[in-house]
Design a protein around this ligand. Structure first.
Ligand code: CA
Length: 527
């Protein structure tokens, strides 16, 4: 069942309710239903990155740990070895935990060397159930950066897992892997997992992923992959929306595919290419397209929100469900508004500002968060090649047309660069930047409530759950703050490895990943 967009894995049967009525004869049925509902709300899956589909980095989970210590085993239910670089974030659905990583600690001897890997763990025990192992693109390291692994977070619906691989492929996988047989139509798992220069084709086994269908964004949509795909699929009925990952070539000063789409829409059942943006974004992409889309309803109209690699935030009308059967030339998404995130930045011949730390275009890494008809989004100069300037901005999503001047509600200055998606809760916005500062901002006014100096850049987004904010950093320090207008650090610990992953809460647990290890955290757990 689904409650407020969250898929629950508990199935309520009438007999359950009758049993409870027998046990508690003096309670009203209404009260029991309320208790059942509230207990279910506190035990939901987290089947995609952020809330569906506001992308807000919040969770309704309760009873989550105030602290943890991996060395002492405090509040650690289990931990599992990952590869050596993990830039994906954990996703939890139907008793399974999915996270992208690399093959730095091979789990299967037949897969050795650098690969992109999506691991699927048992939520209760941390046992590895299966893994998707994808060879690297080796024509040019800039298509698929060494050791960066599968960086995209997965999206799960029912028994289907959607992921964008290190090769820029959108893959639909069977949540049960190959252990229960090979579901088609895709049956070439052996060929897919074998590097092109290998002497013999690998034979898939029960620890390997079962691919249902595959859509190659390079050959199918004409993109130019850059560094590492970081896409998070948004599911709307029969349609999948995702950022294409198109970017610059290995010179960082040239766009080879000026007509490439930035936002693509696929048929969920087949992977057919249904629609795309028609905004001619590609020529002005300063680096790549890393902002995944969000969704919300504004004045009765369903909108898709998306930050282009050109530093412009867009709202498109969501397609009707009948569009999923469209074949042939992809449909064009209809734009409702656009907001230039950095109107004073250069707009032409943008790649001449490559490596300029004072002046450059802006771009986005995190997602636009939709709350109460407003968009909260962070962006600014590129971490590797752009200026040292970044902001958190609040935009009025109810306007139409070019809303650059009349859509800005407030702007809040961040330090250096920002990679994160904000978390908006109880009138507060939380985010950390690459200037080693964690921020709490008033959601209505954009005024600072408090800041905290963290050790290291934040690539991870914050997670607000159970009155706390969970925040990892590239220095390996993990912080838990009170999600409050007053500054209070609840606890911190050191994981010994950089953290890129956003924490996720599901079913009473918090999942935290460092570069090489995934932790399932539970309150009052002592080793
Ligand atoms: Ca298959």
């Amino acid at each position: 069942m689904r409650v407020e967009g969250r898929e629950l894995r508990v199935v309520i049967r009438p007999s359950t309710l009758n049993y409870q009525m027998k046990c508690f004869p003096y309670c009203s049925r209404t009260l029991l239903l309320y208790l059942l509902y509230t207990s279910l709300c506190a035990a939901a899956d987290r089947p995609q990155w952020g809330e569906a589909w506001s992308r807000n980095m919040v969770s309704e989970e309760k009873g989550l740990p105030n602290s943890f210590d991996p060395r002492a085993g405090l509040n650690v239910k289990w931990s599992a070895e990952l590869g050596t670089e993990t830039h994906s974030s954990p996703v939890i659905a139907r008793g399974r935990v999915y996270i992208g990583t690399n093959n730095g600690n091979p789990r299967d001897p037949k897969h050795s060397g650098d690969r992109g890997v999506l691991m699927c763990f048992d939520e209760n025990s941390g046992q590895l159930l299966w893994q998707l192992v994808v060879p690297k693109r080796d024509e040019d390291v800039y298509f698929d950066w060494p050791n960066s692994g599968i960086s995209s977070p997965a999206t799960v619906e029912g028994d289907r897992v959607y992921i964008v691989s290190n090769r820029g492929e959108v893959l639909c996988l069977d949540a049960l892997g190959l252990g229960n047989g090979n579901d088609g139509p895709f049956l070439s798992e052996g060929r897919h997992m074998t590097p092109h220069n290998a002497p013999t084709e690998l034979v898939p086994g029960p620890l390997d992923a079962d691919i249902i269908w595959l859509f190659d964004l390079t050959s199918g949509a004409g993109i130019w992959s850059h560094d590492a795909a970081h896409s998070s699929v948004l599911i709307d009925g029969p349609l999948l929306y995702l950022n294409s990952g198109t970017g610059v070539d290995n010179t960082h000063k040239r766009i080879r595919t000026p007509n490439a789409p930035s936002l693509v829409v696929l048929d969920k059942d087949t992977g057919a290419f249904v629609a795309r943006d028609d905004e001619h974004i590609a020529p002005n992409i300063f680096h790549s397209t890393w902002c995944a889309p969000s969704m919300g309803t504004v004045n009765g109209r369903r909108l898709i929100f998306f930050g282009g690699g050109n530093g412009i935030l867009y709202a498109f009308e969501a397609l009707g469900q009948e569009s999923a059967s469209h074949r042939g030339e992809p449909l064009s998404l209809k734009k409702v508004w656009q907001f230039d995130f950095d109107p004073d930045a250069p707009k032409t011949n943008v790649h001449r500002f490559n490596s300029n730390r004072r002046e450059s275009p802006s771009n986005f890494y995190g997602m636009p968060v939709f709350v109460d008809n407003r968009i909260y989004v962070a962006g600014g100069g590129d971490l590797w090649w752009g200026k040292n300037e970044a902001w958190l901005k609040c935009v009025d999503a109810t306007k139409t047309g070019d809303i650059t001047t009349n859509g800005l509600v407030w702007s809040y200055r961040l330090e250096k660069h920002v990679m994160a998606t904000p978390a908006v809760a109880s009138g507060l916005v939380f985010i950390a930047d690459c200037g080693r500062t964690f921020h709490c901002v008033d959601a209505r006014t954009g005024a600072a409530c408090w800041t905290y100096d963290i050790n290291g850049e934040a690539w991870a987004s914050p997670l607000v759950a159970d009155g706390k904010v969970y925040q990892g950093t590239r220095s390996g320090d993990f912080y838990i703050f009170k999600a409050d207008r007053e500054k209070r650090l609840v606890s911190s610990c050191q994981l010994g490895q950089p953290i890129s992953a956003t924490a996720a809460a599901a079913n009473g647990l918090v999942f935290v990943a460092s570069m090489n290890r995934l932790y399932a955290l539970q309150s009052n757990k002592v080793r």
